[in-house]
Design a protein around this ligand. Sequence first.
Ligand SMILES: NC(=O)c1ccc[n+]([C@@H]2O[C@H](COP(=O)([O-])OP(=O)(O)OC[C@H]3O[C@@H](n4cnc5c(N)ncnc54)[C@H](OP(=O)(O)O)[C@@H]3O)[C@@H](O)[C@H]2O)c1
Length: 337
Amino acid sequence: MVTVFGAYGHTGRFVVTELRERGFVPILAGRDADKLKALAYETGLEARPASVDDPGSLDRALAGAAAVINTAGPFATTGGPVIEAALRAGIPYLDVAAEIEANADTFAHFGERARAAGAVIVPAMAFYGGLGDLLATAAMGEWTSADEAHVAYALSSWHPTAGTRASGVISRERRDGRRVRFANGRLEYRDDPSPTLEWSFPEPVGPRDVIGEFTMADVVTVPSHLSIPEVRTYMTVEAAKDVVSADAPAPAPADESGRSAQTFLVDVVVRSGSDERRAVATGQDIYAITAPLVVEAVERVLSGRTKAVGVVSAGEIFDAPDFLRALSAHLTVDLRK
Ligand SMILES: NC(=O)c1ccc[n+]([C@@H]2O[C@H](COP(=O)([O-])OP(=O)(O)OC[C@H]3O[C@@H](n4cnc5c(N)ncnc54)[C@H](OP(=O)(O)O)[C@@H]3O)[C@@H](O)[C@H]2O)c1
């Protein structure tokens, strides 16, 4: 059994489906008893209402589970309490947080305790944060350090969920109107506007205008285990506009699995001196792809196919090339050395 906290959310539902397809029994958890009941009715699964303000309810939600996946964001609110519950239960915790500061907090607040307890906590095990880290780690090959890592996102569009919007609001509040980037080995807050530049994506996308320093969770996950002082992320201009637009619709299902028509290409380049290595992934729907990413991770953690304990990102705890190969039904990956 694997508890999914936030099970009735957009991403939570994809995760519940993916768990079932792989033979796990999801326990549906979340704060809204009615929404949980509706999902339990639809799926025949057990529902356990739980609130981050009530540790006892979280303990009941995790009782008997082998692991917990947290898909309820903003993670600035849900991360700490659900991690505490996982540590009390002695089970692995994985989440899909895209919030930079919330992910940084998970490393900072729980790193030592988790390591000492031999516990496994994997934040950002998702499209943003997890996939970029796996690609950067795979591209590095035997390199243990590099001068720069660049993660460039080409999304055909970005119709955000309510959870993405809410997480964006919390992150902006925490930054007090400033923007953040990762430079000189640390997060740096700045008042100047983000640069716009052209990025040469591999075909079929080709050259596109991108917002430079459109900073995503990869700036926390990648340098958490790779010695790279400059980690930059980029977003195609149209998608960057979509996600902040008040009129952008929510993602709409376009196939029988519920995926939207959105396509993505993630282009990762690592540089060391004059040497450059690249890893490219393409697929469909950034929310839907998060489910096989986090469920593959759970499966590997539960079967001991891991390389580290503590608070660990995808690239550190898993064999990155092997992990990416395992997702070939969902993701096309091209490693170029
Ligand atoms: N890193 C990535 O690539 C990635 C990918 C997918 C999702 N995400 C993140 O995952 C989160 C969920 O996204 P989504 O697309 O699934 O959005 P969503 O459909 O709006 O779902 C959000 C879920 O979080 C729950 N929630 C919010 N605040 C809560 C709280 N304080 N306590 C308990 N539950 C709470 C909501 O419950 P209610 O309905 O009761 O409010 C809902 O179930 C967002 O933070 C998003 O950024 C990240």
